[in-house]
Design a protein around this ligand. Structure first.
Ligand code: AHR
Length: 328
């Protein structure tokens, strides 16, 4: 059964969470953590630091898993290397942490290490991204509906271009990651039967540099006049594409329209400036929800297997109204 929560005070209240602390409590670990006393030792395996979204997510997690909130956080960012991330989880297991939180870089390849955590009696909570392993191997997942994000982006594109023949290129996220897989699937479903033709698609690894490099290649191949629409799986790649389009003498948002996902500050500014045309949000502020789930699981409470946070979307006008009040 899926549970949908809206972020904000109501959600935090509903989960009986604690006040948000300030600052982080990184630790290199120690010998054998336990939930004895007031401190809960948690290992968090983050993907890396590929995007503005990721920075906001890391900050949210560090604030929620702070000393003030009763946690000792062992933080690892794996630089988007799946093998390094699995090693980090093994290290958390050998340190005897009380719980493990993972933002899985890719969906596949988790069975063995999740089984090792289960054998060591260490509960695992997934945040942000999902895995293809059996649900029995983790307690809960909290995050966003990536497929729905793709659908929302695709519906905008199908409406925007109507029956006009449209050549689209796609800047994909990390290959094998849940958001890259699901955002592609959702978008493709939404534009099925429309006048939009996908002429090329390549990974830009969710980074600004990656988006720029891939877009430069597309522009060399098709020219500014040969591309009508860019679908970027995140804002950072859209921002890289903007640089490439401008360097090629095009006007982003006019000569080539851009739709992207995340709604981080720099993306929203580009939307306000008319360089991006539409953004679907992916809310990175998952820390309090993840910390609440860890506490509930360790307290022996039953938790939902999937906890979805709702996303919204922004036109240029809507972005201009909210940009100054957003937290990230
Ligand atoms: O998993 C969420 C995605 O990861 C964000 O959309 C992207 O910016 C990040 O790198």
């Amino acid at each position: 059964m899926k549970t949908k929560f809206r972020t904000g005070v109501a959600v935090l209240g509903a989960l009986a969470l604690f006040a948000t602390g300030c600052g982080s409590s990184d630790s290199d670990g120690g010998d054998g953590g336990s939930a004895s006393g007031d401190t809960i030792k948690v290992g968090f395996a983050q993907t890396g630091s590929e995007s503005g979204w990721r920075s906001a997510n890391t900050e949210s997690m560090k604030e929620a898993f702070s000393e003030e909130n009763g946690f000792e956080l062992v933080f690892n960012a794996a630089d988007n290397d799946p093998a390094a991330q699995i090693s980090a989880v093994r290290s958390f297991i050998s340190q005897g942490v009380d719980a493990i939180v993972i933002a899985p870089i890719v969906e596949d390849g988790w069975d063995d290490v999740l089984q090792e955590a289960a054998d060591a009696d260490i509960p695992v909570i997934l945040e942000d991204r999902t895995v293809t392993s059996s649900e029995d191997l983790y307690e809960s997942w909290v995050g966003l509906d990536f497929k729905k994000e793709g659908v929302m982006a695709g519906e905008w594109a199908a409406t925007e271009f109507g029956s006009e023949p449209t050549k689209m290129v796609v800047l994909e996220g990390t290959t094998g990651s849940a958001p890259a897989n699901d955002r592609a699937e959702g978008f493709d479903e939404a534009i099925a039967g429309s006048s939009i033709e996908k002429i090329d698609s390549q990974t830009g690894e969710f980074t600004r540099d990656g988006g720029k490099t891939v877009m430069e290649g597309f522009l060399q191949k098709y020219g500014v006049d040969g591309i009508d629409l860019v679908y970027a799986h995140n804002d950072d790649m859209a921002l890289g594409a903007i640089e490439a389009i401008e360097a090629a003498g095009g006007v982003p948002g006019e000569d080539i329209k851009i739709v992207s996902i995340d709604a981080v500050h720099d993306g929203m500014q580009a939307l306000v400036d008319g360089k991006i045309n539409f953004i679907v949000e992916c809310n990175p502020l998952l820390g309090d929800l993840a910390a609440g789930l860890v506490k509930s699981v360790l307290d022996g409470e039953t938790v939902e297997k999937q906890v979805y946070v709702e996303d919204q979307s922004f036109t240029q006008e809507q972005a201009a109204e909210v940009i100054d009040s957003r937290a990230y």
